[in-house]
Design a protein around this ligand. Sequence first.
Ligand code: ADP
Ligand code: MG
Length: 346
Amino acid sequence: MIEDKPTRTELSELGEFGLINHLASFARSENSSTLKGIGDDAAVIDCGDKAMVITTDLLVEGVHFDLSYMPFKHLGYKAVVVNLSDVYAMNAIPTQITVSLAMSNRFPLETMEELYQGIRMACDMYGVDLIGGDTSSSKHGLMISVTAVGFAPKEDIVYRSGAKENDLICVTGDLGAAYMGLQLLEREKQIFLENPEIQPDLEGNDYILERQLKPEAGKATILKLKELGIKPTAMIDVSDGLSSDLLHICDKSKVGCAIYSEKIPVDHLTYTVAESFNLDPTTCALNGGEDYELLFTISQADFEKIKDFKGISVIGHITNAESGKMFITNSNQAIELTAQGWNAMN
Ligand code: ADP
Ligand code: MG
């Protein structure tokens, strides 16, 4: 008798989002207090008048950060900020974090102190409390996982799923800078490895380096939107790249979109450095990750309220699902938007 071979499916066949969707099929929601489980920037839990949001992110040495150019203080700061970004993306205000660490014995106490100085700086900057965590040794390298909690009145929570046809698509700040910062750091690292005599040449590039090494979360935007009396219809933070994250809004909202190349905000320095790498700046803005800007949709009626606000760009509009998810080039060609966003599993 021929025995059935056990099946073996490579994770790379599913990709990060395919895997998450598959794992989500093992989750169940038994408690009526679970307002939102897997599938948004944070889970949402009913707390009476208020909702609590909770989100977690894991950073792994060699995958998400490289200690040859990432100072520990910045790493601590960034590990907190990337989680707060997900809390703001739900239109909530972060209040507490926990921090879990696994580290090999190659790290002395002093580096852990630096890491925690960075964590403390982020806590001070965003007004959140470090309330716990877990500590373990690891065989190789450093892993840091932060969980962030935040609150909002229940009716203020904004999901990825609320975008409606004709809504305007808005993004804060500028895009692609963190990706270009990373390219620069990687290039200088390679040059250094090949010839340790050569000192890294990073001068004049502070803005994009800072965007990579010390990103900020969308606190100012959330406070501004509240002040202007705007509740976005859908929102996500740009962590994987504009196209990938906009596609999440479209998929969850069951809508299409049209965004315009000429409207995508790219900083001057990002532009020039991208060109020096022979990269198309718009492609970097579409697909580069780790901007931690907020991408949101608003109803057209709210346009008047934001039109004079400098930190927000309207980059397109939501269409019906049948119209597809389109990127309109400067020469007015419509191209299907694809998620080449960076995949932290690769
Ligand atoms: P973000 O980029 O906003 O941090 P992710 O893409 O990491 O979001 O996650 C998307 C959703 O999948 C979130 O709801 C997250 O909680 C959930 N998720 C991610 N990994 C897992 C996992 N291993 N098990 C269960 N849920 C997960
Ligand atoms: Mg997110």
